[in-house]
Design a protein around this ligand. Structure first.
Ligand SMILES: Nc1ncnc2c1ncn2[C@@H]1O[C@H](COP(=O)(O)OP(=O)(O)O)[C@@H](O)[C@H]1O
Ligand SMILES: [Mg+2]
Length: 242
């Protein structure tokens, strides 16, 4: 368990002024950990990720990354600070090849060619398809490409919003295993997932959100052992794990 790298404290945010969706939400993310956010549809999981990623205004509370306040910084500044965001959808350019997608994400990186080759070493399946249009990739391969693009800036924190959505169980397993693998080099992963059972198996810490607020958090084993949490959030009526 590494040091806390990201702290969101009492974050209130939404899409329309004076209509908060998140209310005073707090999370902590440690280096080398997969921190998982789960909760029913409409709980505010994507909203939280987007507020941390600088895509939605935070009206109250603050976000601290490696000791520095980053609340409401622009997405490009957050990337420079070491935070990458993998959106839930539309995270690659389908009409471009795999190589062109990576080259785009590496355009501001000095020595991008060498970095691209390292990404291909890390994702052999992408190397095989480097000249294929990204739109021809399988769902799982597309998520690998989106993750590889996010890694271009050598982030210390990666925000991933439902990377396994719409994938087969096998592809989901591979994409989630990749998220786990990223942490081996000390990167922190903040992961939103609907595949609760699969994701709980690889998470170090889990936050449950509902109705825009923190509900419970803890280690996955502790949450699974809690009857009330299990009934309400883990396979209970409010959740239908895929
Ligand atoms: N672009 C938007 N404009 C206005 N309201 C939105 C927008 N996106 C989401 N919401 C609302 O914010 C709430 C939380 O949504 P979201 O964060 O996407 O939930 P989750 O990711 O947990 O399923 C929902 O009530 C949803 O209707
Ligand atoms: Mg969502």
């Amino acid at each position: 368990m590494g040091d806390v790298t990201l702290t969101a404290e009492g974050v209130t945010a939404g899409y329309v002024p004076d209509l908060p969706i998140l209310r005073e939400v707090s999370v902590k993310v440690r280096s080398g950990d997969v921190t998982l956010i789960i909760g029913p549809n409409g709980a505010g999981k994507s909203t939280l990720i987007k507020s941390i990623a600088g895509l939605l205004p935070v009206s109250e509370g603050r976000v601290i990354f490696d000791g520095r306040e980053i609340t409401n910084l622009r997405p490009d500044r957050l990337a420079e600070a070491g935070i990458a965001y993998v959106p839930q959808t539309d995270n690659i350019f389908r009409s471009l090849t795999v190589g062109q997608n990576l080259a785009l994400s590496l355009r501001r990186v000095a020595d991008g060619g060498a970095r691209q080759e390292r990404l291909f070493d890390q994702f052999p399946v992408l190397a095989e398809k480097r000249d294929d249009k990204a739109g021809t990739l399988s769902g799982g391969q597309r998520q690998f490409l989106a993750v590889a693009m996010a890694l271009a800036v050598e982030p210390r924190l990666i925000l991933m919003d439902e990377p396994s959505a719409g994938l087969s169980p096998k592809a989901s397993e591979e994409v989630l295993a990749q998220a786990r693998k990223l942490t081996e080099s000390g990167v922190a992963v903040l992961l939103v997932e609907q595949n609760v059972n699969q994701a709980m198996r690889l998470a170090d810490h889990v936050y449950i959100l509902a109705e825009g607020r923190n509900q419970v958090d803890g280690r996955p084993e502790a949450l699974k052992a809690d009857n009330v949490v299990r009934d309400i959030y883990l396979g209970g009526k409010r959740f239908s794990p895929a």
